[in-house]
Structure formats: C-alpha cells, structure tokens
Design a protein around this ligand. Structure first.
Ligand code: GGG
Length: 371
C-alpha cells in the first residue's frame, strides 16, 4: 500500500464535495471506469466525501468518429472544474495515422502531470513478495514524438526519433521519487508491515551507451540526492536498464522505489505486472503539482472487449491512488484493503487471474468488503 505520498493542497484536503472527470477512452476502458465510479459512490459515509462525476471524451475511437482524439472541452473541464480524474485506456494504432496523436500522452503534457507512479505490490502470503513503486518520467524522452523519415543517399528509408532528457524534468521526477521513498518509510515506521527495512531509490538508465542523454538523467538524479539533506536517509542505487529487467524478475524484493525515463519506465512497469499475477491488477497515477489522474496500467485489450470479463482491480486501485494524491489516505486504505481481501480469498476473480467471474461480480465483491 502506498499512502500519503503528497498533499495536493490544503484546500483539496478539507473539501468534501469532489468532482471527478471520467475518461473511459477505448476498448475495456469503457468497462473498467464504471468500477472506479462505483467504489467512490460506495465509500463508507464516515469519510464524509461526496462525489459528482463528469463524463469526458478522448480516444482513438473518438478520433475515427470526429477527427479529434482529445477535445479542448475535455482538457478545459479537467483544468477548471475537476478535483481529480480517472482515465481508462487508449488503443493508438501502431502505424502512423495522419492527424492522430495519443490523447493520454497529450493530456499528461497539457495538465503538467510529469510523474507516472506505478505501485506493484503482492498481497501478503500470495506468491513472492513484491513491494515496489516505479516512478516513470511522463513528459519527455522518446515520447516527445519528434520523429522523421527520409531517404538515405542509397535510396533506402531512414527513420529518426529524438530522445530528449532535460535537467528540469529529471530534477522534478527525481525529487518526487525520493519524496515517495521517504513517505513509504514513514508509513512503515507507523506500523505498516513491509518487506523493506529502509528506503531506497534505484535510478535506471543506459548511460553506458547513451552517455549524454541517459548520462544526464543519471547525473541529475544523483545531484538531487546529494544536494537535498532530507534525501540522505534514502539509499541511492543505480541499475543499467537491461540488468534491471533481469534483477527485477530474479530478486524483486530488492527494489523499493525505481525511477526511470519515460520509455524504460513504461516497459519496466508492464513487465513488473507479471510478478503480481496480471496487468489487470496494476494501478497508476499521473501526477503533477496540482492534479492527479488515476489510470490502470493495462491497455484497451480489444481481444476481451465486450465480454464482461475485464479485471476492474487495476482501475479500483488507481482510484485509491488518485484519492491518496488528493490527500484522502484513509478512504484509499479502505479500498486497498477491500481489494487485498478479494485477492486473498482467491474466489471471485476474472479469467486473467485464473477465475471465471465477471467484471461486475468482482466490483460487487470489493464494494461489499468496503462496507
Ligand atoms: N491505460 C494505459 C493504456 O491505455 N495503455 C496503452 C498505451 O500505452 N497507450 C498509449 C497510447 O495508445 O497512446
């Protein structure tokens, strides 16, 4: 469980009426976002939180219908009217489509959501112990999408993409990674059982090959650690990304917080989902200084769309993660504990976890356990 990472602001903390933007996106995004809404609507009354919801559009399907993947209205409502949001999934095509650009990548940039926080945690007593948080930089690296193709002198095609790493973006992602490590340690000291006895941050890079771009990422992360006395309580570690993949599967218990540039963070966190049974249980939150969007790590999964069997747990945990970043840790804990109880009983589960239950049956079971 990851709690009390950050308070967005003192006002959001005392606010009881919260407006949440719901952006289902494509495919099973439309089946799992209702799970996030349902858990918020069914939070025990002791938390004194009242939610209202606004349905917002984005996605590749929308682009095919209207020529726009991310309407300005969606961005404006999120910026001006919402306290938080949930995003489902998007199924961008693997080939270039004129005029199309990924709406979630754009949304992260437009709202300044510079960190993608992805906790990967096993349930106590089930499988091997894993309790790590992958902090993925969200705004740059190869995801700036400055690509071009041209013909070489011999007439063959060449494609190029710019990988941009800046001191500014690396400084802020390193800071939030160390803050999360300290916050997790604080929670352990307050009694939460954990496999870690001290906080650590592992900086993941490939600076042995990309000595300038990944070299800058590594240097800046180290400088943030060295220059901030409060971060000295956190062990500083480094790992080259290919050996990081190997070690993450061999000895996942070694890793507490992992910070990575955008592409490595994307790959590592999907891979880490295999350690805890399914991509269907792994949440994330896109976080900036003033706003958070919960988002399941899984994609739009067109192969199971419409069958009613998509796993709602990643979205339900993402909803809890969004609440944590809004400052409502106790309410988030109730959701996490209900999910853990569902997983521990190992009975009502969707096919990705080896069960035969439907999405709705899992939602109903978790809501029952929240009460
Ligand atoms: N919820 C995560 C998600 O939608 N993943 C699929 C993905 O990576 N989408 C990026 C895109 O299609 O632009």
């Amino acid at each position: 469980m990851l709690r009390s990472i950050r308070q967005l602001s003192s006002t959001s903390r005392s606010m009881k009426q919260l407006k949440i933007g719901l952006i289902p996106g494509d495919g099973i995004g439309r089946e799992v976002i209702p799970a996030g809404k349902a858990v918020l609507e069914n939070l025990p009354s002791k938390y004194d939180l009242q939610f209202s919801f606004v349905d917002l559009k984005a996605g590749y399907e929308l682009f095919k219908e209207t020529g726009t993947a991310l309407p300005e209205e969606t961005v404006d409502i999120l910026k001006n009217d919402c306290d938080g949001a949930l995003f489902g999934a998007v199924s961008s095509p693997t080939v270039k489509v004129a005029g199309y650009s990924s709406p979630i990548v754009a949304l992260r940039k437009k709202l300044g959501l510079y960190a993608n926080v992805r906790p990967v945690k096993s349930v106590e007593g089930i499988g091997r112990p894993v309790d790590m948080v992958i902090v993925r930089e969200n705004t740059e690296d190869l995801y700036i999408k400055e690509e071009k193709t041209y013909k070489a002198a011999d007439g063959t095609q060449v494609a190029e993409a710019i990988k941009r790493i800046t001191e500014t973006a690396t400084t802020r992602i390193a800071k939030i990674a160390f803050e999360i490590a300290l916050s997790r340690q604080q929670i352990r000291e307050n009694g939460l059982k954990s496999i870690h006895d001290h906080p650590s941050v592992t900086v993941t890079h490939k600076s042995n090959v990309l000595s300038q771009s990944d070299g800058l990422f590594r240097e800046v992360c180290k400088k943030v650690w060295e220059e901030n006395p409060q971060f000295q309580a956190v062990e500083y570690k480094e790992q080259i990304v290919d050996s990081m993949v190997y070690r993450m599967f061999r000895e996942p218990e070694e890793f507490d917080v992992v910070v990575a540039p955008n592409l490595y963070g994307d790959i590592l966190s999907d891979g880490a989902a295999a350690l805890v049974g399914s991509l269907g249980v792994v949440p994330s939150a896109n976080v900036g200084d003033n706003f958070a969007i919960g988002e399941p790590c899984h994609g739009s999964a067109p192969d199971i769309e419409g069958k009613g069997i998509s796993n709602p747990i990643a979205t339900i945990r993402s909803t809890a993660l969004m609440l944590e970043f809004m400052g409502y840790q106790d309410a988030a804990t109730t959701i996490y504990e209900a999910v853990d109880a569902n997983l521990a009983e190992d009975k009502i589960k969707t096919p990705d976890l080896g069960g035969s239950s439907t999405t709705q049956q899992v939602i109903d079971d978790i809501i029952k356990r929240m009460k």
